[in-house]
Design a protein around this ligand. Structure first.
Ligand code: VGL
Ligand code: ZN
Length: 213
């Protein structure tokens, strides 16, 4: 299957990295199952962009960098509420590497956005950091390519995929989230909340097979 998708469509593959896989530092249940699904659709797209969560070791989102805090607690930061995570996706470590099974997808990727590099700001979204003002540059890159529709997939559905999809929509793109090419962390109902927010924003919930027709 080649180029079923138009020149104005992009596949945005979010954070398919070892630390989010079963056995990883911030494991997403069944996260590895999406790898062959993504591989099966990547060649249908003319544009593929990947993201990597790419934190310095001293990152503000790591519970280990806060006294008396444990992972999955929430704290208040200057830009708002922040979930504290196990240390994950530290720059240039094996955990931050893309899953080895991403072959076709990684070869086709024209750009890799590395987000979450600012030590005091998290970035779930591939477009705008958690302070809600600092851009990654991805919206401008996609616009310059003439992209109109963004197909989002990866890890995790309820955090980085959802935030990226919502920001893509806010930036004026048509957006779909590929459900079976994504998996969720699902912290206190976060998956249901994410689908509600996505639906309310006018984002389509689709399956990988929809990208092939
Ligand atoms: C993610 C939590 C922390 C994600 C990244 O990729 O969904 N979640 N950092
Ligand atoms: Zn992170």
């Amino acid at each position: 299957m080649h180029n079923a998708r138009g020149v104005d469509e992009v596949l945005l593959v979010i954070d398919v990295q070892n630390d989010f896989m079963p056995g990883g530092a911030l494991a997403v249940a069944h996260g590895d199952e999406i790898v062959p699904v993504i591989e099966g659709i990547a060649s249908a797209f003319r544009h593929v962009v990947l993201t990597q969560d790419w934190h310095p070791a001293a990152h503000v989102s790591f519970a280990a960098n806060h006294a008396h805090r444990v992972p999955f607690e929430k704290i208040e930061l200057p830009y708002g509420e922040q979930v504290l995570w196990p240390s994950h996706c530290v720059q240039d470590t094996p955990g931050a590497a893309l899953h080895r099974g991403l072959c076709e997808t990684a070869v086709r990727a024209r750009a890799v956005i590395r987000k979450g590099q600012h030590v005091d700001v998290d970035s779930y979204s591939a477009f705008v950091e958690a302070d809600r003002v600092t851009p990654t540059g991805l919206a401008g890159y996609l616009r310059e390519l003439g992209v109109k529709r963004v197909w989002c997939c990866g890890l995790a559905t309820d955090f980085c995929v959802a935030w990226s999809a919502l920001d893509a929509r806010a930036a004026g793109f048509d957006v779909s989230v590929i459900e079976d090419a994504s998996r969720a962390i699902d912290l206190n109902g976060s998956l249901d909340a994410a689908w509600r927010d996505l639906h309310a924003a006018g984002i389509a919930r689709v399956q990988a097979a929809d990208a092939l027709r």
